[in-house]
Design a protein around this ligand. Sequence first.
Ligand code: BGP
Length: 485
Amino acid sequence: MYFEKTNGFPKDFLWGAASAAYQVEGAWDEDGKGVSVWDTFVRIPGKTFKATTGDKAVDHYHRYKEDVRLMAEMGLKTYRFSIAWTRIIPDGNGEINEKGLAFYSNLIDECLKYGIVPMVTVYHWDLPQALQDQYGGWENRRIVDDFVRYAKTLFENFGDRVKYWIIINEQNVFTGHGWLMASHPPGKAGDYKTFYQVNHHAFMAHAKSVLALKELWPDAKVGSSFAYGPSYAVTNKPEDAMAKYDYDDLQNFYWMDIYAYGRYPRAAVAYQLSRGIAPVMEEGDEEILKEAASKVDFMGVNYYQTTSVEYNPVDGVDGMGKMNTTGKKGTTEISGVAGMYRNPKNTNLPTTDWDWTIDPMGLRYACREITSRYDLPIVISENGLGAFDKVEDGQIHDPYRIAYLKEHVKELRKACDDGCRVLAYCTWSWSDVLSWLNGYQKRYGFVYIDREEDENSGTLNRIPKDSYYWYKTVIASNGAEGLDD
Ligand code: BGP
């Protein structure tokens, strides 16, 4: 759409930034915390960049007061963070750990003290290892009840103060990496049958948690966050257009349709049945998924990039190509599903050093698609640029990050003008964090953390980057300033 002038951002727009427990907290074995599957996975040789771990991460566990103070000084409206299941219930389904509850209760209070809205992610991938050992974690339907008990514990303890809840972060990513690519726990490759089964369990955990939350706190706002990469057909050949449809049904709508409608896309189910990889569902599941969908308040979107799609012949590439985890441009390999689609590089757009396509308009496109298909409000729960940063005379000049965020915010404003109901924009990430597979050199934050891959490196001191001051201006003016070229 074209509008002569913008209406700007809504009045109580939540300008935010995000983090995740494993990537920032550290203190991996303190105060009764149990071991998570990530604590185990990072210790397998070759799994992470230079064997980096979140043992210490950026020490948010001990420095959260300093971090929240810096957020307040910036004027941040919301802080999205996740809770580590293993701090609350160390073995996943046994005793509650009071010290874990106390940590998050204090963090929430610290945010509220400065008027920062806490936006809490229940699950950002750090499953208790004990559940993996007891019954195979997400592969077993028993996970659903254990998950809901954990989620309810959070709702009961924090629901009086937390009004924004994201149940699951990027279910598509952790299951894809975990069961198709072997790059996240439990490290399995090409197991589509289990992949879809695991996803069904996660959908049920999401749905039952939504219902449990609404029963306790009807006024709470809830959704899950999907890693949404809108797709573009490479040409106007009908087979590329159809490949795009296949891609969307299997890679995008498969998740968002459940969150918003409580049903799987029919073409995806037809495909699964033809291959014998459809998930086993229990009686009543469909009703629960639908009921939860009717109570979801927003679609959570983690937006980083769009994907190009073209037809892939039956003898074409099949599987996920190698990822770039080193920051050496051009080392990503093409992925595809034989007989359906493949995802070549978009030659019209620049990329980051990790080969992620930079496409600000894709963010507007994502909002438009969600608005047209689901008519739901939207929380952008992640968006940001992973880059190498350099300290010069104690300062970090990151004009590339400012440029990236500025263009995305401008497109988001257009999405608002288009009628999309965008409630929040959280950048990834608040401070530099551990990037799961890319170590500490891939930096995303507004706040620089003095540390590198080596656990003993750096002071862990916090230094606001230029982008910190830029975002401060944007927030103070509710997006009226800081966006001009
Ligand atoms: C999302 C995750 C985040 C974060 C981000 C950046 O997939 O939800 O936890 O890590 O991507 O990804 P990466 O660290 O791989 O660059």
